[in-house]
Write a protein that binds this ligand. Sequence first.
Ligand code: NCD
Length: 320
Amino acid sequence: MSFRQKHLLGIEPLHPTEITAVLDLADQYVDLNRQAMKHADALTGLTQINMFFENSTRTQASFELAGKRLGADVMNMAMQASSIKKGETLIDTALTLNAMHPDLLVVRHPHSGAVDLLAQKVNCAVLNAGDGRHEHPTQALLDALTIRRAKGRLHRLNIAICGDIAHSRVARSNIILLGKMENRVRLVGPPTLMPAGISEFGVEVYDDMREGLRDVDVVMMLRLQRERMDGGFIPSEREYFHRFGLDAEKLSYAKDDAIVMHPGPMNRGVEIDGTIADDINRSVIQEQVEMGVAVRMAAMDLLARNLRAAREDTAAGVMA
Ligand code: NCD
């Protein structure tokens, strides 16, 4: 078995063969999802709880659909309305849920590291659906699957990740994944939106879009994450679009067959021109959403196999 993880907390702990294992299985789920009958039974009998402490549209919907298509009982906890508001700690909430015997916990949290902490307190598989600025592993995996299907490979590609890198867990997980798969990653954006310690990432950094996009295979745009900014990171949205927004003229510096990506939600006219986002010859933004469901099915399937194997080992130990 090539996928050995108990949880999916980040891309960091994954071996390249584990990344490939997720993507290969996800390819099969893409085929299933395109059929009229979309059911498989990989998670039958298992309980999946989604805990989103931060707003989410596509990620939560995607995890919910993924679980249901694989036969799990899926529950969405409304965390805004939960006891957290009454002062219960994250750990108490986790222990309460744990007592209900979930098998898969999908967690999004505004604080970096919160999901790792939670994983230490429960005895089920935990999937990180985004923690602060830290990691968003299923997003990087779905981006990787989208790239692999569009380009026919996932190595030796030139990939530009553009915009608000500093606040982006999507960028962080992608930088790690694309580096592990031996691609050349460039970060393009204003110096104020570059994270500290950028030199450790093994990437090239540009503050000019035209230079940064020259001859790249993939252009990955990021949302300006204002909710994570506490002050003057950018002069104005107009000025930002002028210098860093993706439009046809800037895109012309990339390879002729370069694809355009965005994790959503998009600010049209801020980081990306609406016509580029909708251009079916260049934009793979809708494919990213489609791959998201398949990747989450694959990730939960693989984790559930490991969970069952670990439980069988424990049971055998008790018998012996
Ligand atoms: C991203 C996130 O929440 O980190 N969105 C997503 O998961 N689809 C990116 C973002 O919010 O800009």
